[in-house]
Ligand binder design. Sequence first.
Ligand SMILES: Cc1ncc(C[n+]2csc(CCOP(=O)(O)OP(=O)(O)O)c2C)c(N)n1
Ligand SMILES: [Mg+2]
Length: 114
Amino acid sequence: MATVIGDGALMFCVNELVTAVEQRLDLVVVCVDNGGYAEIKQNETDRGISPIGVDLVQPDWAALADAFGATGRRVTGADEVAPAIADAFAAGGVQLVHIPQGAPAPVLDERNPS
Ligand SMILES: Cc1ncc(C[n+]2csc(CCOP(=O)(O)OP(=O)(O)O)c2C)c(N)n1
Ligand SMILES: [Mg+2]
């Protein structure tokens, strides 16, 4: 199993990592971390609201995964994304791959198509 999840969404359900470890799942969690609730921030801006409560600190998600008994990896460049995900699948168990802002993930941003 695998999931791709934003940093804000992961913050809402991070406890489930422990459940996954308890249940001995093979689960790869890829956290795409843009440092906050970007969609909500955009919605606020679109409505003329000065953004509030939408810029989050970027935790060390890999360390958090390790603390939960999973295995965390943090990529520092785009070229590391695919190998890190491949390593996570190969390793088995609960694996978290943290892709912080500044290490662009190969994803399509629907709001800013290139
Ligand atoms: C269980 C749950 N809690 C709260 C929300 C409200 N919510 C919608 S989008 C969002 C922020 C998601 O942030 P992130 O995953 O970082 O995505 P981004 O907008 O930054 O791409 C939240 C909290 C939700 N949809 N579901
Ligand atoms: Mg985000």
